[in-house]
Ligand binder design. Structure first.
Ligand code: ARG
Ligand code: ZN
Length: 961
C-alpha cells in the first residue's frame, strides 16, 4: 500500500491546479444542492468521494479496452457463489477532466446499506484495476489515511464505515480501462467489467444507480461531449476548455455507462413516439463518414416503430445518440441513450457496402435499440444471466428483420449460422450451457451459445405459446421487473404465469450444454389410417457434464400427400381443430405420437421452421422423399433443408469414397465412385429455374452445406480432402447445370443496371441468385468466364456485385486475380471499411501456398494489428481457409499461434476470439496428424509468459478437451 500511494503521488501530473479546484467545487455544489433529494437521513450522511486521473499514454490509440492483467493464478468465478452486495449505490457523480497527457477522474458515490437487519459489514470492497492511480479517498467527508484503507491490484477496501447511508469520494489518475481513444476521440466500452478500469466501483450489474456526469475538455479538439441521459448544462471555460453535464434519470448498472468526447460530425432526425413525444435522434461519425449514415438512421426509426407495434414498447428519453468508432472489439454496445457502434455497422453506401452489410446494419441498430427495454430497463442480476438480455434481444432483432424482409430467408440464414458456428462450439472444448456455471473471464462468454442458442430458447416459448401468448409473457415480465436486475428464471416464470402454464422443464435448456440429437422413425398403418411418429432424444456428454437428461423439444410437423398438398392433422388424444402443422412436444427420452384419419401414406415434413435447436435424424428417409420435399414442401425452411440433406449425404458419401483409396487422382476416385446422381442435379436445377421462387431463397437452396456442418459428423476428418471433395461437387454442378446457371444470370442481370435501393429485397434477391450462379461458373476455370468476371469487377455499380466478382477470382492463381486485386486496391485504398473486405478475401483464399501472401498482408499499409476489425478480417478469414490454415505441414497452425501471441500483447479480447474461432478448440474432430500439430500449438501458447487470462481460459480448456 505504501508503494501504491507513492505512485499515486507521482501520478499527479495534473497540469492545472485551477482546473482541479474548479471541478471540486462543482462536485461540492452537487452535494449541497442535491443532498436533500439524496438521503432519507441526511443527518447521517457521510461523504465518500473517489478521485482519479487517467494516464493518456495508455489511451493513445486503438482499444486499450483492457490492459493486460498479470497472470496471477487465474480465478474461476462460480454462479452458485452469488450473494447480493452489502451496499447499493444510489447516485453516482462522475467528473472527467480530459487532457492529452492525463485524465483526472473524481467520483462520488452515495452508498445505501443493503444488509437489512444484519449488522453493518466491517468493510466495503470496490473493484478496480492496477492502472488506476488513487489520489485520495474520502469517506463521509473525511480523507482517509493510508492505514485506513487497503489497496491491491483489483480491490480498494475501505473499513471503519459509518452507519447508515454515507458517501465515498475518490480522486484518481488512471489509464481508464474502459475509456480509450479511437481516431483521436475518447470513447468507452464498459460491458462486461470495464467500468472498474475507469473508477473504483461495485462493478456488477445488480448495483443500479442514477448517474450525473460532468465532462471537461479542450473545446477545439473535443467539441462534442456526450454521456448518458439528458444534457443538463454546458458552457465554455477559460483556457479554451468547455464542459457538459449529463444526467440520466433512469437507474442503470455501470456497464451501461458511456462517455464520448471528440471532434465528430452529426446527422440529426426525429421520431414521434406512439404517445406523441418527439425524440431527437443523432448519429455521430468522423466527418468523412457522415454522408453514409442515412441507412442506419432509417433502421433506427424502423426499429423504434417496430418495438411499439410488436411489443408496445416506447422509447423513454427525448434523445437517442449513436456514435460510430473505428476501433471496437465487438459489434456495438447498448449504453443507455448513447449507443456506441463499430463503424462497420453504421456506415453504409451502395458503392462501399454489400447487401449483407446493409442487412447487418439494420439488424444491429435494431438489436442495440431493443436493448433499451431488454437489457437496460430490465437488466441481469449477474453475468451468468447474460442470455437473459442477449438471447432475448437477438430473438427480437431476428423477428424485426424477418418482419421487414423475407421471413423464410432470414430464418434460413439464422439456422445456417447456428449450425455452422454454434453447433461447433457446443460440441467443442468450450461447450457451455446458455447460462454458464463458471468462468475465468466473462468476456469469453459473449458467445454464439449465449447469443444465438439463447435466442432459439426464447423462440421455443413463442413456438409453444403463440405470438399472443409470448406477448402476454413479455408484458408481465416488464410489469414485474422494470427497473430490476433479474435472472433467466424470472423471465421463464413471467412466460409461464402469463399463460397459466408450467414451463419448469425448460430450466434444463439453461443448464445443459450440447446440441440434442433427435431421432424420428415414422410408419403408416393403411388399415387403421394412422401415422405413428416415434421420437427419441440424446445429448452427448460435454466437458464437466457427463450425464445429460432430456430437454423439452417442440417438433413442428406437417404431412404431405402424394400430390404435395398438406394433409389435415388430427393428433390422437387431442381435441384441437385439425391443422396442417402440429407441434409435438418431446419431453421424454422416447415418446410416441399418433396421427389419426390419415388418408394416404404421407411424406413427413419435420422440424418445420426449425422449431428447436437440435440435430435431427430421420430414419429411413429416402432420396426420393427429399427430392419431393425440395419440390413441394410449404414450409420454406423444410424445403431448403431437404436440399441440404441431399447434399450433405452426397458430400459424405463422396468423402468416404475419396478417402478410401489415396492412390489415384481425386477426380478419378470420385468419378469412379459413381459421382453425382442425375436425380440430385435435376432437383437442384429445378429450384434454380423456378421463376416463382424468391431469388434469395434459391441462392440459399443451391448453396452447398458448409464444411463446418460435416466436421464432427465424420470422425477424424481430413479438412483439405473435404474441401477438395466439395469443390469437385461445385464443378460437377456447374458443368451439368451450366445452361440453367447462365439463364439465371441473364434473368437477374437487370438489377445490376438499376440504381441501388437500400432495403429493396427484390433487388437484393436478384443480385443474390446472379452472384451465386456466377460463383458456380467460376469454378469451371473457363477463360471466358474468368475474363467476364474481371470485367464485372470493373463495371459493377455497387459493392455487392463488385466484391462477389472479385471473390470468384481470388481462389486460384491467375493473371486476372492479380489485376483485379490491384485495381480494387487502387480504387478503394482510402476507404478503411472497403479495405477490410480486400484483406479478408485474400486472407481466406484457398489456393495452395497462399500463406506467403497472407504473411505479406500483415505488413501491408492497409492492415493495422491494433485495429480489431483488421485482425478479424485477416486472421479470422485465414482460419476459414481449409487449404492454408489446415496445410499438412502445419505452417498455418504455426502462423495463427504466432499471431495470437502477438495480438494478445495488444488486445486480449481480440486474441481470445482468434483462439475460440479456430479449429484448435475442436482438435479432436481432425485426423491424428493434425490433432498432434494443433495440440503442440496450444501447448506453446499456454506456455507463454504473461499470457492474458482471456486466452489462457480458452487454451487451457482446449488442452483439457
Ligand atoms: N452488449 C453488447 C451487445 O449488444 C456486446 C458487448 C460485448 N462486450 C464484451 N466484452 N464482449 O451484444
Ligand atoms: Zn446485445
Amino acid at each position: 500500500m505504501q508503494s501504491a500511494l507513492k505512485v499515486a503521488a507521482k501520478g499527479v501530473a495534473y497540469r492545472s491546479p485551477a482546473l482541479l479546484q474548479r471541478s471540486l467545487s462543482w462536485l461540492a455544489q452537487q452535494h449541497t444542492c442535491r443532498s436533500g433529494k439524496l438521503g432519507r437521513r441526511s443527518n447521517n450522511r457521510v461523504q465518500p468521494v473517489l478521485r482519479h486521473f487517467v494516464q493518456p499514454s495508455a489511451v493513445v490509440s486503438a482499444p486499450v479496452v483492457e490492459k493486460q492483467d498479470q497472470m496471477a493464478a487465474p480465478q474461476t468465478i462460480y454462479r452458485k457463489d452469488y450473494t447480493p452486495t452489502p451496499y447499493l449505490i444510489k447516485h453516482v457523480y462522475l467528473e472527467f477532466l480530459l487532457n492529452e497527457d492525463s485524465t483526472h477522474v473524481i467520483s462520488r458515490l452515495s452508498m445505501l446499506p443493503n444488509y437489512g437487519s444484519a449488522s453493518a459489514p466491517p468493510i466495503l470492497e470496490l473493484d478496480g484495476r492496477k492502472d488506476i492511480k488513487l489520489l485520495t479517498v474520502k469517506v463521509a467527508g473525511k480523507e482517509l489515511q493510508p492505514s485506513e484503507y487497503d489497496l491491491t491490484e483489483k480491490l480498494l477496501t475501505l473499513s471503519k464505515l459509518p452507519k447508515g447511508e454515507f458517501e465515498v469520494e475518490i480522486k484518481e489518475n488512471t489509464s481508464l480501462e474502459g475509456l480509450y481513444k479511437s481516431g483521436g476521440n475518447f470513447c468507452t466500452q464498459c460491458e462486461a467489467e470495464g467500468f472498474r478500469g475507469i473508477t473504483y466501483f461495485l462493478d456488477r450489474p445488480d448495483v443500479m444507480a442514477k448517474y450525473t456526469t460532468r465532462i471537461e475538455a479542450d473545446a477545439k479538439s473535443y467539441p462534442v461531449l456526450l454521456s448518458n441521459g439528458n444534457l443538463l448544462e454546458q458552457g465554455s471555460l477559460e483556457g479554451g476548455r468547455h464542459f457538459a453535464v449529463w444526467e440520466d434519470p433512469f437507474v442503470k448498472p455501470c456497464y451501461l455507462f458511456a462517455l464520448v468526447a471528440g471532434d465528430l460530425a452529426v446527422r440529426e432526425d426525429s421520431f414521434k413516439t406512439m404517445s406523441g413525444r418527439t425524440v431527437t435522434l443523432r448519429i455521430y461519425t468522423r466527418a468523412k463518414d457522415i454522408d453514409r449514415v442515412a441507412w442506419a438512421m432509417e433502421s433506427l426509426k424502423r426499429a423504434m416503430k417496430w418495438d411499439e407495434d410488436t411489443f408496445g414498447l416506447e422509447y423513454d428519453l427525448d434523445l437517442f445518440n449513436i456514435v460510430a468508432v473505428d476501433d471496437f472489439n465487438m459489434g456495438a454496445m447498448e449504453n443507455k441513450s448513447l449507443n456506441i457502434f463499430n463503424s462497420r455497422l453504421v456506415i453504409a453506401s451502395p458503392s462501399t457496402s454489400t447487401d449483407m452489410d446493409y442487412s447487418r446494419v439494420e439488424g444491429v441498430v435494431g438489436h442495440e435499440y431493443f436493448h433499451n427495454w431488454t437489457g437496460n430497463r430490465v437488466t441481469c442480476r449477474d453475468w451468468f444471466q447474460l442470455t437473459l438480455k442477449e438471447g432475448l434481444t437477438v430473438f427480437r432483432d431476428q423477428e424485426f428483420s424477418a418482419d421487414l424482409n423475407s421471413r423464410p430467408v432470414k430464418r434460413i440464414e439464422d439456422v445456417m449460422r447456428l449450425r455452422t458456428a454454434q453447433f461447433v462450439e457446443d460440441a467443442g472444448s468450450m461447450a457451455h450451457p446458455i447460462r454458464p456455471d463458471s468462468y475465468i473471464k466473462m468476456d469469453n462468454f459473449y458467445t454464439l451459445t449465449v447469443y444465438e442458442k439463447g435466442a432459439e430458447i426464447v423462440r421455443l416459448y413463442q413456438t409453444l405459446l403463440g405470438k399472443d401468448g409470448f406477448r402476454k409473457g413479455m408484458d408481465l415480465y416488464f410489469k414485474r421487473h422494470d427497473g430490476q436486475a433479474v435472472t433467466c428464471d424470472d423471465f421463464r416464470n413471467a412466460m409461464a404465469d402469463a399463460n397459466g402454464q408450467d414451463l419448469s422443464a425448460f430450466a434444463a435448456w439453461y443448464a445443459q450444454a450440447g446440441t440434442p440429437h433427435v431421432k424420428i422413425a415414422a410408419s403408416y398403418n393403411a388399415a387403421n389410417r394412422t401415422y405413428t411418429v416415434k421420437a427419441s432424444q440424446q445429448t452427448l456428454p460435454s466437458p464437466g457434464q457427463s450425464e445429460k437428461g432430456p430437454v423439452p423439444i417442440p417438433v413442428a410437423v406437417g404431412l404431405l400427400g402424394q400430390d404435395g398438398t398438406e394433409l389435415p392433422l388430427n393428433l390422437k388424444g387431442e381435441s384441437a381443430e385439425p391443422a396442417t402443422t402440429k407441434v409435438l412436444l418431446l419431453t421424454e427420452k422416447e415418446q410416441e405420437f399418433v396421427f389419426t384419419e390419415v388418408s394416404e401414406k404421407p411424406v413427413p415434413s419435420l422440424l418445420r421452421d426449425f422449431s428447436a435447436p437440435v440435430k435431427l435424424e430421420v430414419e429411413g428417409q429416402t432420396e426420393d422423399e427429399l427430392v419431393f420435399l425440395l419440390a413441394h414442401d410449404k414450409d420454406a425452411f423444410c424445403r431448403w433443408e431437404a436440399g441440404q440433406r441431399l447434399l450433405r449425404s452426397l458430400l459424405t458419401s463422396l468423402y468416404t469414397s475419396a478417402s478410401a483409396s489415396k492412390e489415384a487422382k481425386l477426380e478419378d476416385r470420385l468419378s469412379a465412385a459413381g459421382a453425382v446422381p442425375d436425380k440430385i442435379v435435376a432437383a437442384i436445377g429445378a429450384v434454380l429455374s423456378d421463376k416463382e421462387l424468391d431469388g434469395a431463397f434459391v441462392a440459399a437452396a443451391i448453396s452447398l452445406p458448409a464444411a463446418a456442418e460435416l466436421i464432427g459428423s465424420i470422425p477424424n476428418i481430413d479438412p483439405v480432402l473435404l474441401h477438395n471433395v466439395r469443390q469437385y461437387l461445385v464443378r460437377e454442378l456447374a458443368a451439368r447445370l451450366r445452361p440453367e446457371l447462365e439463364a439465371a444470370i441473364k434473368r437477374n442481370e437487370s438489377a445490376a443496371g438499376a440504381s441501388y435501393v437500400p432495403g429493396d429485397s427484390k433487388q437484393a434477391a436478384q443480385r443474390a441468385i446472379k452472384n451465386k450462379a456466377l460463383s458456380y461458373l467460376s469454378a469451371l476455370k473457363d477463360p471466358q468466364v474468368t475474363a467476364d468476371l474481371l470485367q464485372r469487377t470493373r463495371s459493377a455499380t455497387n459493392m455487392t456485385d463488385q466484391i462477389s466478382a472479385l471473390a470468384c477470382l481470388v481462389d486460384s492463381e491467375s493473371p486476372e486475380r492479380e489485376i483485379a486485386l490491384a485495381e480494387f486496391y487502387e480504387q478503394w485504398k482510402d476507404d478503411g471499411l472497403v479495405m477490410l473486405k480486400w484483406i479478408a478475401l485474400q486472407a481466406g483464399s484457398n489456393f495452395e501456398g497462399n500463406l506467403k501472401n497472407v504473411e505479406k498482408l500483415v505488413s501491408h499499409p492497409a492492415f493495422s494489428i491494433t485495429n480489431p476489425n483488421a485482425c478479424y478480417s485477416l486472421f479470422l478469414a485465414f482460419l476459414r481457409s481449409p487449404v492454408n490454415f489446415h496445410a499438412a505441414d502445419g505452417s498455418g497452425y504455426t502462423f495463427i499461434a504466432d499471431s495470437i501471441l502477438k495480438v494478445d500483447k495488444i488486445n486480449r479480447q481480440v486474441a481470445s476470439r482468434m483462439v475460440s474461432s479456430s479449429a484448435f478448440t475442436a482438435w479432436k474432430d481432425y485426423d491424428v496428424e493434425r490433432q498432434q500439430m494443433m495440440k503442440e500449438q496450444l501447448a506453446r501458447i499456454n506456455a507463454e509468459n504473461g499470457l492474458s487470462e482471456n486466452v489462457f481460459e480458452i487454451v487451457s480448456k482446449s488442452l483439457e478437451g
